[in-house]
Design a protein. Structure first.
Length: 247
């Protein structure tokens, strides 16, 4: 079985990394190019870049910024935000992404997942699921999509998604721990890897998430102190969590 992954996440708006609580009150957290490079150099297993305003502003992802981040990375790179077609996905892969994440556009037209999988391969398609109270929300968490998170994840897998990025809006930015019940329910509904997102406040929270998911997304816990990634890896190993060796 593959070892669990630690994945820093860059939520980007206006060309800057931002972070809030439960998707609200976004505050500046740094330059995405510099943060991405620091996380790559510090031994992150992968990096996720999400343009959190692309869908709300009805535009594509900022390709030039994705290219600049990708140039500084030596790790797999997932990019999401504004992906509405296979052409959008291919443009991001040409810009340096290894995988693309799709969210609101797939909820509006689920067939998009299969189209992406056919064009770029299931291994490069990540279904991002944002949920509160177990229900999926679209458009940066602003719209109830009328779907159960576990059921939508299972449907996404059946359509061709190779990975699920599950964010608990309720836990996002709180540093009070991941929504383990939701994560476990979604993980039980699919056979593809699940990335747990939202709520990491310490090594104990991450260790708990990795008991039910295959990867943990990290944002607030790192952005204020990027060097925390190295010490976090050490704390997890001391707690008995098996991890890849840092590059």
């Amino acid at each position: 079985m593959p070892l669990p992954r630690l994945i820093p996440c860059l939520d980007v708006a206006g060309g800057r990394v931002v972070k809030g609580i439960r998707f609200q009150g976004l505050r500046d957290a740094g330059d995405p190019v510099e943060l991405g490079a620091r996380y790559s150099d510090a031994g992150a297993d992968e990096l996720v870049f999400l343009d959190v305003k692309a869908t709300l502003e009805e535009r594509a992802n900022r390709i030039e910024l994705v290219e600049r981040v990708a140039e500084r990375l030596a790790i797999p790179f997932t990019v999401g935000g504004g992906v509405r077609s296979a052409a959008d996905a291919e443009a991001l892969l040409r810009a340096g992404a290894d995988k693309v994440a799709v969210n609101s556009a797939a909820l509006e037209r689920p067939a998009l997942i299969g189209e992406l999988a056919e064009r770029v391969g299931s291994q490069a398609v990540v279904l991002a699921v944002d949920a509160t109270g177990g229900r999926v929300h679209a458009r940066a968490g602003t719209t109830d999509a009328g779907r159960d998170a576990a059921e939508w994840a299972a449907e996404g897998e059946a359509l061709g998604a190779g990975e699920i990025l599950l964010t608990s809006i309720d836990a996002d930015g709180t540093r009070a721990g991941y929504d383990l019940a939701l994560t476990a329910r979604v993980a039980a509904a699919v056979s593809v890897p699940v990335i747990a997102s939202g709520g990491a406040g310490g090594a104990g929270h991450v260790a708990q998430a990795l008991e039910v998911a295959q990867a943990a997304l990290l944002a607030s816990i790192l952005h204020e102190d990027p060097d925390r990634l190295a010490s976090l890896r050490g704390e997890l190993r001391a707690a008995g969590v098996l991890l890849r060796d840092a590059a």
